[in-house]
Design a binder for this molecule. Structure first.
Ligand SMILES: Cc1ncc(COP(=O)(O)O)c(C=O)c1O
Length: 418
């Protein structure tokens, strides 16, 4: 047996052991994963939970098809945004009545930016991470043009100092708990404490955290948060997003898209807007009910799981993948911190031909994605990815690199979605 075989045998044994140790979180049977596929893109579009097709069939054929408009009451479609919001709240450490499923993350960001600008007109400055997902930056710039807020871009590791310097002109800080490109996990509790010391609010973007990290919105003092439903929460393409407004801020939260679903008496059909005295005021118009109820069904995959266990499995998967890279001699630069406490649920590797490497992996059945400028991004959704698959992915990557499979004809040609 040569040394490569010995290393592979050792890693195979470790994978087996780790899969056994973290078996409590293994919900793979609850998902549809095509044979021969190692799915490492659940941080972009979660896999299909088996509960979803049946739920959608019931919503379409019975609730909509047979019961028609009666289902708004009979199946309580009307309260689904709050009902599903409360379930997501349990996964991100938010007590009931603070989170509602509505619109897209982009739209919910807009609502918070404008609402905050109205809360204390004396505070006009906002800090945001320059490496934020672009929509956060675009929407903030647009909201700033509308409201007169001033935007300053400050990297999270300098945020606390800058917050203290700005002091009482600061209205809001906007940070993502996990960097969508590098997978770096930031200490948003510490940034939030710094914001609170000068009387400012903190908005957390949890798109890359909800469902994978044990977020504690209430305990860690977040004022507002947003997140999407289609990544680790597995709600499906275009699933609606969610917004969290801490109870104590709800009365002062004036939704700039003051639609009838956020009204205190929506069927009163009154001329003037009177916001609901609850998180419902963050709603605007009629939501995408099929997607919302798909998301509700998808969340049943989390039933009975503790987020601490989910986080432990996620860390174990990404940590083991790093171990496999080392063991197999793959020396691509890691964009993701190797330290457990600083890592989300993905591993990003740098390669000058990253796009073509991702395509070559796909040819082998390993699905990840590419992010500019040079990142191979691999997400480890803790509910359905196994340690054995982490090893298989590393082995495939080793072959792709060793045999330069990424140089094959056509692999560098970019598709619209990367
Ligand atoms: C961190 C982050 N914020 C926001 C978004 C965009 O969300 P939406 O398309 O729901 O507006 C994404 C999408 O990938 C994201 O990763």
């Amino acid at each position: 047996m040569d040394s490569t075989e010995r290393i592979t045998d050792r890693l195979t044994a470790r994978a087996l052991l780790l899969d056994t140790q973290h078996a409590a979180v293994d919900r793979r049977a609850a998902f549809v994963i095509p044979d021969g596929t190692v799915y490492l893109d659940g941080n972009s579009l979660g896999a299909l939970p088996r509960a979803v097709p049946d739920a959608v069939a019931d919503v379409t054929t019975r609730q909509w098809g047979q019961r028609l408009i009666r289902s708004w009451n009979e199946s309580d479609w009307w309260s689904a945004p709050e009902r599903v919001g409360n379930r997501i709240g349990e996964l991100v450490g938010a007590g009931a009545g603070q989170l509602v499923v509505t619109d897209s993350t982009s739209t919910n960001l807009f609502k918070v930016f404008v609402a905050v600008s109205r809360m204390d007109p004396g505070r006009t400055r906002v800090l945001i991470d320059p490496d934020s997902f672009p929509t956060d930056l675009y929407v903030l710039d647009s909201a700033a043009r509308l409201t007169g807020l001033t935007v300053e871009q400050v990297h999270p590791d300098r945020a606390a100092d800058r917050i203290a310097e700005i002091g009482d002109e600061l209205a809001l800080v906007v940070y993502s708990s996990v960097d969508y490109r590098t997978g770096e996990l930031w200490d948003l509790a510490a940034i939030t404490q710094a914001a609170h010391r000068v009387g400012a609010f903190a908005l957390w973007d949890l798109c890359h955290s909800a469902g994978a990290i044990d977020v504690r919105l209430d305990d860690d003092g977040a004022d507002f948060a947003v997140g999407c439903g289609y990544k680790y929460l597995n709600g499906g393409p275009g699933a609606p997003a969610w917004i969290y407004v801490r109870t104590e801020h709800q009365e002062r939260f004036h939704n700039p898209i003051a639609g009838w679903h956020g009204h205190a008496r929506p069927f009163g059909m009154e001329r003037d807007y009177d916001p609901a005295p609850s998180i419902s005021r963050a709603r605007s118009g009629t939501g995408p009910m099929l997607s919302l109820l798909s998301l509700e069904a998808a969340l049943t995959a989390y039933d009975g799981l503790s987020m601490a266990d989910v986080r432990a499995r996620s860390l174990s998967l990404t940590g083991f993948f790093i171990e496999c890279l080392g063991g197999l001699g793959i020396d691509l630069p890691l964009a993701t911190p190797a330290q457990d406490g600083r890592r989300g649920s993905q591993i990003s590797l740098r390669h000058p031909e990253a796009y073509a490497v991702v395509q070559a992996l796909m040819v082998r059945g390993v699905i990840g994605d590419f992010r500019e400028p040079d990142l191979i991004r691999l997400g480890f959704a803790p509910l359905y990815v196994s340690h054995a698959e982490a090893l298989a992915a590393a082995e495939h990557l080793s072959h792709v690199l060793r045999d330069k499979e990424f140089e094959s004809e056509g692999l560098a040609r970019r598709a619209t979605v990367t």
